[in-house]
Design a protein around this ligand. Structure first.
Ligand SMILES: Nc1ncnc2c1ncn2[C@@H]1O[C@H](COP(=O)(O)OP(=O)(O)O)[C@@H](O)[C@H]1O
Ligand SMILES: [Mg+2]
Length: 231
């Protein structure tokens, strides 16, 4: 049987791709599966003792309990919080998809399931010519779209799914996430976003992840166990 693998993209940056990918990784490990992760390109990495710290990659590696080398999980990291294409250009680096595909194969061989977190959104450029969508295509992965719930998310989700389809990518489903704490008086759209996305999409909403506070670990496990059961 072909191994399961997913490319996690989002409706924007900071919508919760890492948070959701980590939650899925932990839930899969609770089921006894060995999980491989990749964050092929990470920008905005802080510098610590002269080393760039790829926070997303480290979080995913820990959530998955993966022992693969960090430099394979995250081959490209940049200090500036810019689109990868721009950060790479400023440093004279070209992101090499063949190299990423080799590392992907290497990690995948060692695990049952693979989770690859994109950088930014689906059409965020990675090189002068290629975007995250191209990378998902080269790796042959279906997408999971993390949608950050706020006014506008219905539009962003439909655009992302539409673009994915036009580019020949499969979309497994959407996860509606709440990266921000609820301020209902400011954003009442949260009460309607899921229903509205479901009305217009022919795809399943795989789960709705509420904003999870510090005491929410148990609640979080239940939610991600249910999401993983539907994958
Ligand atoms: N459901 C959630 N509950 C609580 N905090 C969240 C949730 N989703 C995201 N966050 C927080 O929001 C911030 C942005 O999420 P992150 O996963 O880093 O986004 P992305 O990977 O899309 O850039 C992080 O600090 C993360 O911990
Ligand atoms: Mg992230």
């Amino acid at each position: 049987m072909e191994k399961r693998a997913y490319f996690i993209t989002g409706t924007d940056t900071s919508v919760g791709k890492t948070f959701v990918t980590a939650g899925i990784a932990s839930a899969l490990t609770r089921k006894g599966l060995s999980v491989g992760v990749m964050k092929p390109v990470e920008t905005g990495c802080p510098l610590k003792s002269e080393e760039l710290v790829p926070k997303d990659a480290l979080l995913l590696k820990e959530a998955a309990g993966a022992s693969d080398a960090l430099d394979i999980i995250n081959p490209y990291r940049f200090r500036l919080p810019l689109a990868p294409s721009v950060a790479a250009r400023l440093e004279g680096v070209t992101i090499d998809f063949e190299r990423l595909a080799e590392y992907f194969d290497e990690i995948q061989k060692a695990h049952d399931v693979m989770l690859v977190e994109g950088a930014g959104g689906l059409m965020t450029p990675l090189t002068d010519e290629k975007t995250n969508a191209d990378l998902a295509f080269v790796l042959g992965l279906p997408l999971i779209v993390v949608a950050g719930s706020k006014l506008g998310v219905v539009n962003h989700t439909l655009l992302t799914v539409e673009a994915a389809g036009a580019l020949g990518l499969d979309v497994k489903g959407v996860i509606l996430n709440h990266p921000e704490e609820a301020h209902k008086s400011v954003d009442i759209s949260r009460d309607y976003n899921c229903e509205e996305i479901e009305r217009f999409l022919e795809l399943p909403v795989l789960g709705v992840v509420p904003h999870i506070g510090k005491e929410g670990a148990a609640q979080s496990q239940k939610i991600f166990d249910a999401i993983v059961a539907g994958l």
